[in-house]
Design a binder for this molecule. Structure first.
Ligand SMILES: [Zn+2]
Length: 401
């Protein structure tokens, strides 16, 4: 067997064991062998390495009264290894240090000043704050999460929500590579990270599901047979630019009637106005999904009408999505939850008379059970599962998606 494939197998087995311990704290080596179909000797050798390197610990005899004895009891070790996640937003960066056991150890919200670039401000935060808390070798990698389509071929980021000065926009990825040269770095798309969080933390067991994200735009990530379609680069679908009305509102992309133009958060004020305005919303400085959902809940007829219209747009798009990829579960995440039960009920009602019956009838549409920041942990977990390697020094590696 070639050395390279031996390394890959070892890495994949170590991840399998680490994640099994993460999901079943207190599991024994014997149980791990049974669960993973690996031999007891292989499990013991790999667990010894995970313990030596500080990823896992064995709490040994756990009963303090010495009555009964657990042969061994394995747990993931907190405060050992971390992934740094930078969420780049419009004029802002949110920085997080996430323990690979899931805990957020550090969080900072930074505002871009005149002289800052996304890359320079992220690096400053790394040097001044993050590296003051943990050492370089405790950081497994750096994730930059954007709400954008990332073109891995041309190494470019396409986004309408980032405020990129020309100088930085062109060489963003090159600049990121050279500035964080000593770390493995991954640029990831936010919807894919949220979808990965559904898989990893909400423990979605349905092998074919679609995750629809309402954040700065509207996006979708698909899982087919337990695998994410494409990489976490936002390049596999542009669900937000699915047109639900060829004669509809003009979208920034140049097409008409895109979901984002028809029901994105920035389109709300226009929609409410088109319905004649609402006394419940008129006094507010901005209309958001939260204020719209709230007004509808308390009986505002215009808000209810707008939410029902949104449900019809989305149901139309979902019916078409279902006829192409036939998922059994559709999870609505991000800010969609703020539109309340009226939105979800109306989508389900509309789907009863829309789309290809045999497929639509077997689909469940539900809200995510995670909060809208789940993409941060999703990014960490995606990086660990997909890009981190136990068997290879990947510092200086760069990943798109
Ligand atoms: Zn569009």
């Amino acid at each position: 067997m070639k050395l390279i494939s031996q390394h890959l197998i070892k890495d994949s087995n170590m991840k399998l064991l680490y994640n099994a311990i993460y999901n079943n704290s207190g599991i024994s080596r014997a149980q791990l062998a049974k669960m993973s179909n690996l031999s007891k000797t292989t499990v013991s050798t790999l667990i010894d390495e995970l313990i030596t390197r500080g990823f896992v610990y064995d709490s040994g005899v756990t009963d303090s009264n010495n009555v009964g004895r657990k042969p061994n009891s394995l747990h993931v070790k907190p405060s050992s290894y971390y992934v740094v996640v930078f969420s780049w937003l419009e004029n802002n960066i949110n920085a997080y240090l996430i323990d690979i056991t899931g805990a957020t150890t550090f969080e900072q919200h930074l505002k871009l000043q005149d002289e800052d670039t996304y890359v320079s401000l992220s690096r400053k935060c790394m040097d001044e704050d993050i590296l003051a808390l943990v050492s370089r070798n405790q950081i497994l990698g750096v994730c930059v999460v954007v709400s954008a389509m990332i073109d891995s071929l041309n190494e470019e980021i396409y986004s309408t929500t980032l405020s990129l000065p020309k100088s930085e926009g062109v060489n963003l990825i090159a600049s990121l590579k050279s500035t964080f040269f000593e770390f493995p770095v991954a640029v990831l798309e936010d919807t894919a990270c949220s979808a990965y969080a559904e898989k990893a933390y909400a423990r979605v067991t349905e092998p074919d599901f679609a995750f629809i994200n309402f954040s700065r735009g509207i996006g979708a990530t698909l899982f087919i047979r337990n695998q994410m379609v494409g990489k976490a680069d936002g390049a596999s679908t542009q669900f937000g630019h699915y047109s639900v009305d060829p004669n509809g509102i003009l979208c920034v992309c140049g097409n008409r009637g895109c979901l984002e133009a028809m029901m994105g958060e920035s389109a709300l004020a226009k929609r409410v106005k088109a319905e004649g305005g609402s006394p419940a919303l008129n006094r507010l400085p901005a209309i958001t999904y939260a204020t719209l959902g709230n007004a509808a809940l308390y009986g505002d007829a215009v808000s209810q009408k707008v939410i029902k219209d949104f449900a019809h747009f989305l149901a139309h798009a979902l019916a078409n999505l279902i006829s192409i990829v036939n998922p059994n579960l559709i999870i609505l995440g991000g800010k969609s939850i703020l539109l309340g039960n009226l939105f979800l009920d109306e989508i389900n009602k509309t789907l009863q008379s829309t789309g290809f019956r045999k497929m639509v009838d077997s689909v469940t549409v539900e809200y995510s059970k995670l909060d809208s920041n789940a993409f941060i942990n999703g990014a960490m977990k995606y990086f660990f599962d997909v890009h981190y390697s136990f068997t290879k020094d990947s510092s200086n590696s760069f990943f798109i998606g």
